[in-house]
Design a protein around this ligand. Structure first.
Ligand code: PMP
Length: 283
């Protein structure tokens, strides 16, 4: 496998950064993940726009302009022969003597790699996913896609140990914020698709944005408001979205079946609609 580190394509096992890198020492960096389908990047403009937004929030300047980043992504896809999978990009403030304040002369680090993954024939799309809810322990700027992911790691591990595939994090008022690496949705018995509005409380999902626009085009009603765990458990259906999982039906929350406990028809339809969009617009 070939990876990219600061201007150089190199075998993955040789791809290394300094132990003084601020991504490693302080999680002082941001990242993006875009899906690859049919060897092409899905909704990549949205991912690069969010990358720029995350960089701006950290007052970081990308070491490569966005068009060059796209070239790096494409090179990783083709050099690794990825037909279906994802491309991961990370930019940190670089290596410098350890000090909390920004260094004056560090060069930002840019690393990227590609991974193969079954996106279309995902087993989770057939079976649906089980959710464990956990308190949202994260900081107050969850809208930044930073590499500070410890709370999400602990949340996902708790889910795994409970036999679940994703954790939904819950704020102090009892409302679901989002999944550890996905956006949370429910569909009410009145047929409204409900998801939390974008704010500093959640990451603005690229898949969320596309699914909401597609649902709207289909004439489905979409409500942006917070929902509680109890409302989700009582909902007709639930689902999650993320770049590398597209749309996945949710079949249980904390052991309680959602709807009839099998993937819902509307969630399956939204997955199919999103997949059509993804394939039609991938570049
Ligand atoms: N929320 C969080 C916390 C995430 O890590 C992700 C995955 N990037 C998402 C939502 C979904 O975002 P996207 O659809 O852009 O992958």
């Amino acid at each position: 496998d070939v990876a990219y580190v600061n201007g150089v394509f190199t075998p993955l096992e040789d791809a290394k950064v300094s132990i003084l890198d601020r991504g490693f020492l302080f999680a002082d960096g941001v990242y993006e993940v875009a899906a690859v389908i049919d060897g092409r990047l899905v909704d990549n403009e949205a991912h690069l726009a969010r990358l720029q937004r995350s960089l701006d929030a950290l007052r970081l300047t990308s070491p490569a302009p966005m068009p060059e980043i796209v070239e790096i992504e494409r090179a990783l896809v083709s050099r690794n022969g990825i037909d279906e999978g994802l491309v991961y990009l990370q930019i940190t403030r670089g290596a410098a003597e350890r000090d909390f304040s920004f260094p004056n002369n560090a060069r930002p680090t840019l690393v990227a790699f590609a991974q193969r993954k079954n996106i279309l024939a995902s087993p989770a799309a057939q079976t649906g996913v089980k959710i464990l809810t956990v308190p949202d322990l994260r900081w107050a700027r969850r809208d930044i896609k930073s590499v500070a992911l410890l709370a999400q790691v602990l949340a996902k591990q708790a889910a795994t140990e409970a036999g679940c595939q994703e954790a939904w994090m819950v704020d102090q008022e009892g409302f679901v914020t989002e999944g550890s690496s996905s956006t949370a949705f429910i569909i009410t018995k009145q047929d409204a698709i409900v998801t939390r509005p974008n704010s500093t409380a959640i990451l603005p999902g690229c898949t969320r944005r596309a699914v909401m626009a597609l649902a709207d085009q289909e004439g489905l009603s979409v409500e942006e408001r917070p929902f509680t765990v109890a409302e989700a458990q009582e909902a007709a259906e639930a689902f999650l979205t993320s770049a590398s999982n597209l749309v996945l039906p949710v079949v249980s929350i904390d052991g309680r079946p959602v709807g009839t406990g099998v993937p819902g028809e509307r969630a399956k339809r939204l997955r199919a609609i999103y997949l059509n969009f993804a394939r039609a617009t991938a570049v």
